[in-house]
Design a protein around this ligand. Structure first.
Ligand code: GRF
Length: 205
């Protein structure tokens, strides 16, 4: 059997997607392990959860560095130290800069609570409600230099019933996020994701 893939989760908040990834990683044959958590907020619930679980967790913020390039160079040092194969952004409230993108080209994923390219950016669920959408959902995608613009790996649609509000829609979408993200990571470590331009081809097993 292969060594399990080594994942770093980047987060800024609650960390429910981190926890879902962690739980899935504990199942036999998941193919990956959460080897590192990076948080840009010391008080982030997800960061504290990682510490409690005994997962190596590091608090790092660009504010302690003269510029983003130096912050990312230090980050890359940490990632190499922990032999990280794949980065999963999970509620990480920062854009990835060119230094980290170059070091981990095609090896950074993100989850977004809408069906991209609709409703990128913050408060995607509120955007969907306010727009009057009948369907939204969640998207796992590879990260590029833009805001939620990278090649789409998996999507799941969620119906917006009459009377839905931001909170109810968010929690319904979140339940699917917790399934979709581990599925995408598993596919990655099975070697089944191939990026071809904008398209991610999922190769059969
Ligand atoms: C999720 O809705 C995710 O899609 C978005 O940020 C939120 C993070 O939630 N990118 P959590 O911290 O994983 O609970």
């Amino acid at each position: 059997m292969h060594n399990p893939g080594r994942v770093a989760v980047f987060l800024s908040g609650r960390g429910s997607n981190f926890h879902a990834l962690y739980r899935a990683s504990q199942k036999p044959d998941s193919g990956y392990t959460i080897a590192l958590v990076i948080s840009d907020r010391k008080a982030a619930v997800g960061f504290l959860k990682a510490l409690r679980l005994g997962i190596p967790a590091v608090h790092m913020t660009p504010r302690s560095f003269p510029d983003r390039d130096q912050f990312e160079t230090e980050l890359i040092g940490r990632l190499h130290e922990h032999r990280i194969d794949l980065i999963c952004l999970a509620g990480y409230m920062r854009l990835v800069g060119p230094t980290l993108l170059a070091a981990y080209a095609g090896r950074i994923m993100n989850i977004h609570p809408a069906l991209l390219p609709a409703f990128p950016g913050l408060h995607a669920q509120r955007q969907a409600i306010e727009y009057g959408g009948k369907v939204s959902g969640c998207t796992v995608h590879f990260v590029d230099g833009g805001m939620d613009t990278g090649p789409i790996i998996l999507q799941r649609a969620v119906v917006i019933p009459e009377g839905d509000c931001e909170e109810t829609l968010s929690s319904r979408i979140l339940r699917w996020e917790h399934r979709l993200y581990p599925d995408a990571v598993r596919l990655y470590f099975q070697g089944r994701l191939q990026i071809s331009g904008r398209r991610v081809i999922i190769k059969p097993q």
